[in-house]
Structure formats: C-alpha cells, structure tokens
Write a protein that binds this ligand. Structure first.
Ligand SMILES: Nc1ncnc2c1ncn2[C@@H]1O[C@H](COP(=O)(O)OP(=O)(O)OP(=O)(O)O)[C@@H](O)[C@H]1O
Ligand SMILES: [Mg+2]
Length: 256
C-alpha cells in the first residue's frame, strides 16, 4: 500500500493517516509513516514519545548530510543521492512502522533550496518507488513535496473532506493538483460526519463515484486529541469505518 493523505487543515488527515498506519501495524506489515506536512503533527497523533519526536530533526534541516550527499556533484545538485542510511538513522520505530519527518522547504527570497529539495525528493523516490514497504504520507493541501516522478509511486491519494464549503473547495483544488501530477487514483473520504444532511451535502458537492467512504464524528477521537501523552491505539480505538478504507485501498498488499 502506497498512499498519500491530503485535504484542508484540520479535516482529519493526520488522524486518518495514523489510523491506516495502525491497521498496517496490527497486520505486522512493514511501513513508512511519512510526515510530509511542514506543520507536522502525525508523530503526536500516532502516539510517539513527544521528547523523542522533538529530538528527531526534520530531514530538510540535515544541512551537513545534505551537503555531503551532494559532495560529488560540485556546483551541480546530485539528483539521486543515496539515502538508505537516512532511513535507518533518522527514524522512530513503532512496531513494524518507521516514522520519518520531512520538514518544510523555505520558499521565496533569492536563496536556492535546490539541494534540500533534491534530497527530500530522493528520500520520497526511495520509499515510494524503490522499496517494498508500505507508505502512508501525511501531506498538507498543497501536496508540495510531490513531483511527477514521485507521484508515480502513489497508488491512491485520499482527500479528506469535512462537510463544509471551505473543506470541499480545498478538496476540489487538491484534486486538480493531483490530476496535474497525473496521480493514478484520487479518492475522497468524508470525515466528522454527524448526520444524513452531512452525507447528502458531500454527495452533492464531490464526484460521487470517487467518494470512498464517510467516517463518523467520534467523541473518543476528539477526547484523545486533548491528552498530552497520547497512548498507542488498540484495535478497539480505531475510527469506526477505517477498516473499510484500509481494505478498499488494498491493505496487506506488499507491492513495489
Ligand atoms: N472523525 C473524527 N471525529 C472527531 N474528531 C476528529 C475526527 N477526525 C479528526 N478529528 C479531530 O479533528 C482535529 C483535526 O484532526 P487532524 O489533526 O487529524 O487534522 P489534520 O487535517 O491533520 O490537521 P492539520 O492540517 O492541522 O495537520 C483533531 O483534534 C482530531 O482529533
Ligand atoms: Mg495533520
């Protein structure tokens, strides 16, 4: 399973990404949990140790390593540096899951962040195209880390949508970006559904044949988000309906 999760801020991307990762963990499937949202919070939602998370440097900030990896390239940027060692060293473990924090690339100004971008791209290429582990990418609505190249490695992009006008507008914008990148499959997941009216609203607002599922609003999920130290989830803590999504996007598949 190689998937990316996107959608408007607060729609539930990290919650859904974390729930899918737990499904993989319960099935003992090796997977990478990639926090690709510059405003990163997947680690906390997964229940990783907050101190260890804070101590894990984002990959975009590994200045010396990035400079070293480019040493052979001289003035040129090495577009394909070896990154296997990074996936051993700069990760946190949770069962069969390895957690990676990408970090953001600064935009604007006159400085060039080409080396950082090339490095992150090499990491994504490695996990998405070269390796057999499953991957769940938690992204922002901008899906800025993806390129035409890495997009080829994503089987399904899940766009999380709350039943609000703003979330729908963002979801349709993500759908257009994904289509520009030629992602093979984009599917919508309704989240925080409280009523039949919520369901009807999303059915009327999104391409119906691509709505994969609608997940209920859950008091338990919200309650967990208020805890300081989030515990690892048990099977019974999963969001009702997540298994259906997991099965539909081919849970278990160890595809390259
Ligand atoms: N189905 C749900 N029922 C109740 N609360 C939910 C549900 N899904 C997510 N939430 C809550 O909504 C809030 C936002 O969820 P989450 O952090 O997963 O969103 P996000 O899209 O990753 O946000 P951000 O853009 O800030 O990264 C959290 O407090 C989370 O616990
Ligand atoms: Mg998030």
């Amino acid at each position: 399973m190689k998937i990316a999760v996107s959608g408007k801020g607060g729609a539930g991307k990290s919650t859904i990404a974390a729930n899918l990762l737990y499904c993989l963990k319960f099935d003992r499937i090796p997977a990478f949990a990639v926090d690709a949202d510059p405003d990163a919070n997947l680690g906390l939602v997964l229940g990783l140790n907050p101190e260890e998370l804070a101590a894990l440097p984002p990959l975009s900030e590994l200045q010396e390593i990035i400079a070293d990896k480019n040493a052979g390239g001289g003035a040129f940027v090495d577009l394909n540096p070896a990154v296997e060692d990074i996936l051993e060293e700069y990760v946190l473990h949770m069962g069969t899951i390895r957690f990676l924090k990408m970090g953001g690339i600064k935009q604007g100004g006159s400085a060039c962040y080409c080396k950082e971008s090339a490095f992150l791209n090499a990491v994504l290429t490695n996990v998405l195209l070269d390796r057999s582990e499953s991957v769940v990418l938690d992204m922002s609505a901008g899906i800025e880390h993806l390129t035409r190249g890495t997009a080829r490695g994503i089987e399904t992009m899940l766009v999380v949508v709350e039943p609000t006008r703003a979330a729908v507008t963002t979801a349709l914008a993500v759908d257009r970006l994904a289509s520009d990148l030629k992602l093979p499959r984009v599917a919508f997941v309704g989240n925080k559904i409280r009523s039949e009216a919520d369901r009807d609203y999303l059915r009327a607002s999104l391409p119906q044949d691509r709505i994969l599922s609608m997940l209920p609003f859950s008091e338990e999920v919200l309650e967990r988000a208020r805890q300081n130290d989030r515990p690892e989830l048990l099977k019974e803590d999963l969001l009702p309906g997540i298994e259906v999504i997991y099965e539909q996007i081919d849970g278990g598949g160890d595809q390259v």
